[in-house]
Ligand binder design. Structure first.
Ligand code: SF4
Length: 386
């Protein structure tokens, strides 16, 4: 028997499980007054859209405080569209993948055009088609499906990592090829409850987080046990095939905190075309083989800012992991010896008083440096030489 023949039974089992065990507290899935949406009721798509983009590559627990702060700073689409990119990046600071913040900001204007300026508070005027949402940069089919099913309770299928894993196990599908993905999409569409699509999609995500986990699925508690080929006939953790992990090398980075004679520090704004474009950082760069870290800082600041510095004491060193690379930062305090700083490899340079650094959006690694610098200065060590 094909799984699609059991779709009614699967929906009943999964939704029963969800009613008792689902994460019914996720704030963007609730009405503004905090109540649960009933089947067919609509929820504001604005908060759901922001949450769905934040959730791309990021875990729910990490997203929650960011989402709450975001909704305080930009409570409506209009507030977001009227803000400055600087403020949007500042709000996103620490969440990573900063291009998402820029795309949201850009998309806010696209959405206003799509909906019509005078209708943005009318939920019924927001787009309800997957293809319309996919016109926004960075919105793929699964994000669009999740927004539409969550906000409007319409039957739009999803296929995020959790759902892929559950379906792969249900049909004991090992492959991750395009053909296999197509099959999983078809399954997501066929099994989706047409009466409660919002709850069904959320139930899949909750099941993937709480029960059908990657390494230790709790099959004895799973409502889909009787429909699961991997559970009945194989070892579930073998499905789907694991992607080979790339070996990540550690790159050493030297950073200079350059003080001027009034105690300000030098920061630069990354080029728009670079990763984390538009964010601010302390100058520095990659250590070359056979170079000391102090030598790296001296060379990088000469190449990127056209200045000569005297590299002083070490402020801190730490490792910071990104998904595709690991960096080991060593940060030294520096004294400007000669030259007028120029943005030779960045879009802008600023001298900023240390207490005002919090007004600029920095990548997560730099926020560690700022907090250590504040600690250092609060201990009475004003600057390198002051
Ligand atoms: Fe996942 Fe086990 Fe449930 Fe199958 S029975 S869907 S492997 S938790």
């Amino acid at each position: 028997m094909y799984l699609s023949d059991s779709s009614d039974a699967i929906q009943i089992h999964l939704l029963d499980w969800f009613d008792t065990n689902g994460r019914h507290w996720i704030p963007w899935k609730l009405h503004q007054n905090g109540t649960l949406a009933k089947p067919g009721q609509r929820i504001s798509p604005y908060g759901i859209w922001i949450a769905e983009v934040m959730l791309q590559q990021t875990k729910l627990q990490v997203v929650l405080p960011y989402w709450r702060n975001w909704m305080k700073s930009f409570p409506t689409l209009n507030d977001l569209a009227k803000s400055e990119e600087h403020d949007v990046l500042l709000q996103w600071q620490g969440l990573g993948y900063y291009s998402r913040a820029k795309r949201i900001f850009y998309s806010s204007k696209l959405l206003i055009n799509l909906i019509g300026k005078n209708h943005i508070f009318d939920i019924s005027c927001w787009p309800t088609e997957v293809s319309q949402w996919m016109l926004l940069p960075g919105i793929g089919r699964t994000t669009a499906g999740s927004i539409i099913s969550s906000a409007f309770d319409l039957p739009a299928p999803i296929l995020d990592g959790n759902v892929k894993r559950i379906f792969s196990r249900l049909i004991a599908n090992y492959e991750t090829t395009t053909k296999a993905q197509k099959k999983l999409w078809e399954l997501s569409f066929t099994l989706l409850s047409k009466d409660r699509p919002r709850d069904f999609n959320q139930a899949l995500m909750d099941l993937g987080t709480k029960v059908c986990t990657p390494q230790k699925p709790s099959c004895s508690f799973c409502p889909l046990q009787n429909f699961c080929d991997a559970y009945i006939n194989y070892n579930p953790i073998d499905f789907p095939k694991k992607e080979m992990k790339k070996i990540i090398s550690l790159q050493k980075i030297g950073i200079g905190i350059v003080f001027n004679n009034i105690g300000e520090v030098l920061i630069d704004q990354r080029l728009e075309s670079s990763s984390m474009g538009g964010m601010w950082e302390f100058p520095g760069g990659k250590k070359m083989p056979d170079e000391s870290i102090k030598g790296t800082i001296k060379r990088e600041l000469k190449e990127e800012l056209g200045i000569i510095v005297k590299v002083g004491e070490k402020l801190l060193s730490f490792e910071h992991a990104y998904t595709h690379k690991k960096l080991y930062f060593t940060v030294h305090l520096c004294e400007l010896v000669s030259g007028e700083p120029k943005p030779l490899a960045s879009q802008k340079l600023l001298w900023v008083s240390p207490e005002n650094l919090i007004d600029f959006p920095f990548p997560a690694a730099n926020t560690k440096i700022i907090s250590e610098l504040h600690q250092y200065l609060s201990n009475g060590k004003k600057t390198l030489n002051h």
